[in-house]
Design a protein around this ligand. Structure first.
Ligand SMILES: [Fe+2]
Length: 226
């Protein structure tokens, strides 16, 4: 014989899921009222709960700029008033986040790389050679953690595969120093720095360079310890 309900709300006993569902409903209502699109909202819990792997660190190398720069903005193809028309133009972009996917607002992303002939903006690489290529750029990300640089598709030099150096800072703290590589580049498998990483970590430093209307585009997420 089944149980009989005698209260005013028969057979609708509280469950452990009801309080959290109520909180979710309240958050959903608040977010919708704030103008968050429903499809975006539905994705947020899954994204927030998926831990991401830290971007592996790599050495800074010998060519971090050692001289005063005319220009250090996000457009490396325009050094001050000088346009750089060599190499293959590329957009390099991504999001700076922690392992939970939360953007690291206020982080500063720096990149530096050699020009189309393999020369860095550094006294031991360029000497007194005048350079049109800016060679270094930095941006501070906002609340969405997004960054984007206009630069060239990296080229190989001195036994190294094509790569772009990347550094992430937050205030006085250095959160990450690493290098990004072109996914599928054959020289990657011979590189001494990449060979020092576990195979699953190497993939985290690969960026797919896809052709677009105004050059190449590449996404390189930066996952750091917050
Ligand atoms: Fe380098």
């Amino acid at each position: 014989m089944g149980s009989v309900c005698h209260d005013a709300n028969p057979c609708k006993k509280p469950t452990m899921t009801q309080p959290s569902n109520r909180r979710l409903a309240l958050r959903t209502s608040a977010a919708l009222a704030a103008g968050v699109a429903l499809p975006t909202l539905l994705l947020l819990p899954a994204i927030a709960q998926t831990p991401r792997r830290l971007t592996p660190s790599q050495s800074e190398g010998p060519f971090y700029p050692d001289q005063a720069l005319e220009d250090a903005d996000a457009d490396l193809l325009k050094n001050g008033m000088v346009d750089y028309k060599m190499g293959q133009p590329a957009w390099v972009a991504g999001v700076v986040s922690d392992v939970q996917g939360k953007p690291v607002s206020g982080a500063v992303v720096e990149i530096w790389q050699c020009d189309h002939e393999g020369v860095y903006r550094h006294s031991s690489s360029s000497g007194n050679r005048p350079m049109a290529f800016q060679g270094f750029g930095k941006v501070q990300v906002g609340a969405d953690g997004r960054y984007r640089f206009r630069t060239i598709k990296p080229v190989a030099y001195a036994g190294r595969p094509p790569h772009i150096h990347v550094k992430v800072k937050l205030g006085t703290r250095q959160l990450l120093t690493t290098q990004m590589y072109i996914a599928g580049e054959p020289a990657n498998s011979r590189d001494f720095l990449l060979r020092g990483l576990a195979p699953q970590e190497r993939g985290l430093l690969d960026a797919v360079f896809a052709p677009s209307a105004d050059g190449w585009t590449a996404q390189f997420p930066l996952v750091v310890k917050g």
